[in-house]
Ligand binder design. Structure first.
Ligand SMILES: Cc1ncc(COP(=O)(O)O)c(C=O)c1O
Length: 403
């Protein structure tokens, strides 16, 4: 079992390669919720996520003979970069197997941090198979991303930093993928003060922890589907499951739409960029997924900031659409001069701004004397969207909302 002392022992080792990240009070989210909200800004960590802590502690606690042939791991994301940098800084040879379709930026970053990258497998599971084969053939140490006591102890150092800066903290909110992060943090927090509440958050499309706790054994999902790729895991690890069962007070879930809104809100209000996994604690808070008292001191773990820029642009549109700031509608117009003008006039009267407009007379979905129109609009919130659609419908247009 993981103990408080293991996390304390990790502290010094982890400081060799990682930085102490800021924990800052947020006026915006405190006033939005009535709680006293603080953000642990782990997206400012080296490599852009907390994973460097666990990888460093694992490597630092291996015996010399276990490191003779280097380390190997499989990862599609943050763990790959973390192992690459931790190993390089500690003079250990590292090989990382990434799925063939891993994002090019992540492959480049992992190589730049000094690891040899092997591209193999259609997904993470196949990459793991290849990494296990390399472990056997080359005699490398397999460095697991979460199912490892020393990895968990390393991640737990985030919890120590939180209580050092904010000893009065009452609730800490932590994302759960394989469960290594929350296991380490819960051990640190409960070891410091057993009354600190630890709330775990999963994405609805990758929610294995709550059913596992309910059943009393680990549940493996058939598949995962979420924009939060850092926590898109089919099951929590065997070791984390033991710790979570003992030390995590609540596990809640949030939807992809809620995650998108949290990402956009963090960007807009805090000027802070997080990836999907890093946004789930804020999504859970804003959606009221756990109860809290007025003025309760709450820390949110913003665990990573590595988000693909194409994905970010999609998420921004989704987040804006969810909050009524962006609208895409479809309608059909008679195909005659001035028809578009009349439609645009209503939009202009309602003071919505047009981003883009597509007018298609050749669409097979409408009759030959009609044109299909799709319009992207900038709007000012749900009330504005409602008023605009009412006005268009009152003008005789049949409106389909696309986004
Ligand atoms: C940014 C980010 N957040 C959260 C997690 C989940 O961590 P764990 O698998 O230890 O639960 C990961 C794991 O890759 C991650 O990269």
């Amino acid at each position: 079992m993981l103990e408080f002392e293991d996390v304390q022992a990790a502290r010094e080792r982890v400081s060799e390669t990682s930085r102490r990240t800021p924990l800052s009070y947020t006026y915006t989210f405190s006033s939005m919720t009535g709680a006293d909200v603080h953000l642990k800004q782990e997206m400012l960590q080296r490599t852009g996520a907390f994973k460097i802590r666990g990888a460093t502690n694992r490597i630092a606690t291996l015996a010399e003979e276990q490191l003779t042939n280097g380390v190997v791991t499989a990862s599609a994301g943050n763990h790959a970069q973390a192992v690459a940098l931790a190993a390089t800084r500690m003079g250990v040879d590292a090989k990382v197997v990434m799925p063939e379709d891993a994002p090019i930026q992540k492959i480049k970053a992992t190589r730049a941090y000094g690891a040899a990258v092997v591209l193999d497998g259609v997904d993470y599971d196949e990459a793991v198979e290849r990494a296990r084969e390399i472990e056997r053939v080359e005699g490398r140490y397999y460095l697991h991303a979460f199912d490892d006591w020393e990895v968990m102890a390393g991640q737990g150092t985030i919890g120590l930093e939180i209580v050092e800066t904010l000893p009065e903290v009452e609730t800490v909110v932590v994302p759960i993928g394989g469960g290594g992060l929350i296991s380490g943090m819960a051990t640190a927090l409960k070891g410091y003060d057993p009354s600190i509440r630890v709330v775990g958050v999963q994405a609805e499309g990758a929610s294995s922890a709550a059913p596992s706790l309910e059943k009393g054994e680990r549940v493996e999902l058939d598949g995962v589907d979420t924009i939060a790729d850092g926590i898109a895991t089919r099951s929590v690890g065997e070791k984390p499951f033991q710790v979570i069962g003992e030390r995590v007070d609540e596990v809640v879930t949030v939807s992809d739409a809620e995650i998108a809104v949290a990402i956009v809100t963090l960007l807009e209000r805090e000027k802070t960029l997080v990836e999907g996994a890093g946004a789930v604690p804020l999504a859970a808070l804003l959606e009221g997924r756990f109860d809290y008292e007025a003025d309760e001191t709450i820390a949110l773990t913003l665990c990573g900031g590595n988000i693909d820029m194409n994905m970010l642009s999609t998420i921004i549109i989704r987040g804006l659409a969810e909050t009524g700031r962006y609208l895409r509608v479809r309608t059909v117009l008679p195909d005659r001069p001035g028809a578009l003008d009349s439609l645009v006039e209503i939009i202009s009267r309602e003071e919505a701004n047009i981003y883009a407009i597509r007018h298609d007379r050749t669409s097979r979905d409408v009759s030959v004397d009609a044109a299909e129109v799709e319009i992207d609009l900038e709007t000012r919130g749900h009330d504005h969207v409602e008023a605009l659609i009412d006005a268009l419908e009152a003008g005789g247009y049949e409106i389909t909302v696309l986004a």
